[in-house]
Ligand binder design. Structure first.
Ligand code: GAL
Ligand code: ZN
Length: 708
């Protein structure tokens, strides 16, 4: 089934409205009328559930669950730990996080507690146990969301005394003794030789740039802190609620916590989908695919924006079709649950300008109407999606060590592995996508410049070729082509994984900046890409970090390009030295290194191929490579591409496919067809071409597999 629901805060409405709890009844009725079947509850309700220390009040929540249950709605319950109540922070101000400059964060909002503080750990443990015991056998509760968006609001890293201590212990466990730590961190540089564990600082603001080994370890420690805190909760829930699923809601490509570690013990992951300023459909598609790739499993969207949000730069009112388009984009990429945030716009608190399916006055919004339409459509569609999932032959590796290593030393301020976040977009100096054409917001636009890591993904997305974004530790044998852009840190196991993949006949496309760093974030005593040079039969001799005005071009040595013999590159150029037997695929055209190798290619016995891309190009560069390399693996687009129209698919075990056609543009689009089709959602039939109105979605089922 498709779980279709909303995020509901009964405890808020009983305070805000004269009707009090009676309102819950009409809310439940309206939810069912919209076709919803699921409700998420209580992630911020610690204050109501434990109004005073060890004094628990589950009465109201029992009543809310009972009302929803009576209407046939099922409940995803949350552990309420992101919002420690005022009695707790007042009695124990030490649990409040300290920022890098030594300021203690103020209490009274959410996410302000430090996961290394014993009192917060202990009180969290108690409240999680209580709520788990309470609802373990409640017939209306189907599963759990742990906490809420770990790390949200820059809270993954804390600099309090417990964290200082904790970091030193963590280092001890990782490096053994100080001699090893000094060795691994290369502390001979600037004579930073540590002789006592207590001398090791947290990476607070400092006079000169800090040691990248120190910084990378602090990022790992902070990520491990939340993973450990999370695992405590999961363990409690498993013990007390063995029949329930457990999930957590991740954020859009959030960088500060390693998602693979954080999610390892969950049944499935979820994420929260908000169209912040700059979130193009290609980026959102990537975020869905990344979420799928965390556990390589279908996922939920636990918060789907239902109208304007309150926290981005401009917060526009999304027009008609927005909610439906976003909902089906999620489902098409493998979401088995869509839950709207929030049921009704809040009358109090800091998010009053955030929309809901109902507005502040309780009126139904456009989002409600579209949800209702989807609710009806799902009656037909959901059974067809049973047992289906997105299937990709191409995988892109996203690695947290590499991501952090690149953040810590980008060597070019525009080379980031992170998408443009709201902070960057608010800061004009960091904005790269200003000259958007009106319709470009619907397409990849220049998103690849803002986030070079995504260039290969966006090329595939534009071509309607499914891609998975997965860990470099994933079982790569399930993919035919693997891209590893900016895989800067290559652990020995990852090198082995890549080697196995190529030996098994796969095509590996890596670079730029591959394999430059070891697991301690030091350079190797051998030419880049170090541990995997043999795979590519080529090494990096020099690299050139390019300011935006310094462009260069590639000259392809094979007739493989769809855009004429040359393609532009920017930001980064590695000058490659191929060995004998390695072919040069493209050379640079400009600068003193014009004519030297930019992309090389090596064929292995057994059919494996390894392409090293030494430069940063946009989707065009990757279109060229994919046009050449994918057909050799019989990888073809789902349908011919039309700018701004996205096609994604869910595939059943027997090969039956359900295709989602999503018009992200504000124009009517016509897609030519080879055979007549019927739109599952509307029943409309099309012979030669299928018509999509602006923002429209159509779904086609292909009963027989006819692809090879
Ligand atoms: C999410 C968060 C929600 C709400 C929402 C507003 O990040 O989980 O609680 O704050 O943003 O868009
Ligand atoms: Zn702390």
């Amino acid at each position: 089934m498709i779980y279709f629901g909303c995020d509901y805060y009964p405890e808020q409405w009983s305070q805000w409205l004269d009707e009090g709890e009676e309102r819950w009844e009409s809310d439940a009725r309206l939810m069912v009328e919209a076709g919803l079947n699921t409700v998420r509850l209580a992630e911020f309700a610690w204050g109501q559930l434990e109004p005073a220390k060890d004094h628990f009040d589950f009465g109201w929540l029992d009543r809310a669950v009972a009302v929803l249950g009576r209407h046939g709605l099922q409940v995803v319950m949350c552990t309420p730990t992101p919002a420690p109540p005022p009695w707790l922070t007042a009695a124990h101000p030490e649990i409040l996080q300290v920022d890098a400059r030594g300021y203690r964060k103020g209490p009274g909002t959410r996410r302000e507690a430090c996961a290394n503080q014993p009192v917060y750990r202990e009180r969290s443990r108690i409240v999680v146990e209580k709520i788990a015991e309470r609802y373990a056998n409640n017939p209306h509760v189907i599963g759990w969301q742990t906490d809420n968006e770990f790390g949200c609001g820059d809270t993954a890293r804390c600099y309090c005394d417990e964290c200082t201590n904790g970091f030193r212990h963590w280092l001890q466990a990782r490096h053994g003794d100080l001699e090893m730590l000094n060795q691994n961190w290369g502390t001979a540089f600037w004579g930073e030789l540590y002789t006592e564990w207590t001398q090791i600082p947290l990476p607070t603001p400092s006079a000169a740039e800090r040691n990248p080994s120190h910084l990378l370890d602090f990022n790992r420690f902070s990520s491990d802190t939340w993973t450990a805190y999370h695992n405590d909760q999961i363990e409690t829930l498993r013990r007390l609620c063995p029949n329930h699923f457990v999930t957590h809601n991740l954020m859009f490509f959030f960088a500060d916590i390693n998602h693979y570690d954080l999610s390892r013990k969950l049944d499935f992951v979820s994420w929260d989908n908000y169209d912040f300023h700059g979130a193009t459909p290609g980026l959102v598609a990537a975020a869905h695919d990344h979420t799928w790739g965390v556990l390589e499993r279908n996922f939920w969207v636990m918060e789907q924006q239902a109208g304007p949000i309150n926290w981005s730069v401009y917060n526009p009112l999304p027009g008609p079709n927005f909610v439906r388009l976003k909902t089906y984009q999620g489902i098409g990429h493998g979401a088995d649950g869509i839950v709207y945030f929030r049921w009704r716009q809040a009358l109090g608190g800091s998010e009053q300008y955030h929309s809901g399916l109902l507005d502040y006055a309780g009126r139904k919004t456009m989002g409600y109407a579209e949800a209702k339409q989807i609710g009806e459509e799902l009656q037909l569609l959901a059974p067809k999606l049973e047992g289906t999932r997105p299937v990709a032959d191409v995988a892109i590796l996203l690695d947290y060590d590499s991501r952090w290593a690149l953040q810590l030393q980008p060597h070019n301020r525009l080379l980031r592995m992170d998408p443009p976040n709201d902070f960057m977009l608010k800061n004009p100096a960091l904005r790269m996508d200003r000259e958007d054409e009106p319709d470009e917001k619907y397409m990849t636009g220049r998103a690849w410049i803002a986030w070079p890591f995504l260039a290969p993904y966006l090329a595939l997305w534009e071509a309607n070729i499914p891609a998975a974004i997965v860990s470099p530790d994933s079982d790569l044998s399930q993919y035919k082509v693997v891209c590893a852009p900016f895989l800067k840190v290559i652990r020995p196991e990852v090198a082995d994984n890549m080697r196995r993949f190529v030996e098994g006949g796969g095509t590996l496309i890596a670079g730029p900046r591959a394999g430059f760093k070891d697991e301690h974030n030091r350079l190797f005593n051998e030419p880049q890409p170090g541990r995997i040079s043999d795979l590519f039969g080529s090494t990096v001799r020099y690299f050139d970090s390019l300011a935006p005005e310094r462009e260069n071009e590639l000259r392809w040595t094979r007739a493989i390009t769809r855009m004429g013999p040359q393609s532009p590159i920017g930001l980064w150029a590695e000058i490659l030295e191929p060995e004998e037997g390695t072919q040069i695929i493209a050379t640079y055209t400009e600068d003193w290194y014009a004519g030297s190798a930019a992309i090389t290619y090596k064929e292995h016995e057994g059919g494996g191929k390894a392409v090293y891309v030494g430069c940063m190009g946009g989707p065009m560069l990757y279109h060229t490579l994919f046009d050449w390399l994918l057909p050799e693996h019989k990888i073809f687009p789902l349908m011919p591409s039309l700018p701004g129209v996205e096609i994604c698919a869910r595939v059943a075990e027997d090969g039956r496919r359900v295709l989602f056609l999503l018009n992200h543009t504000s124009k009517t689009q016509h897609l030519s067809l080879l055979t007549p089709v019927e739109d599952v959602l509307s029943g409309d039939r099309f012979d030669r071409s299928i018509v999509l109105q602006p923002g429209e979605v159509r779904v086609i089922e292909e009963k027989t597999k006819n692809r090879e």
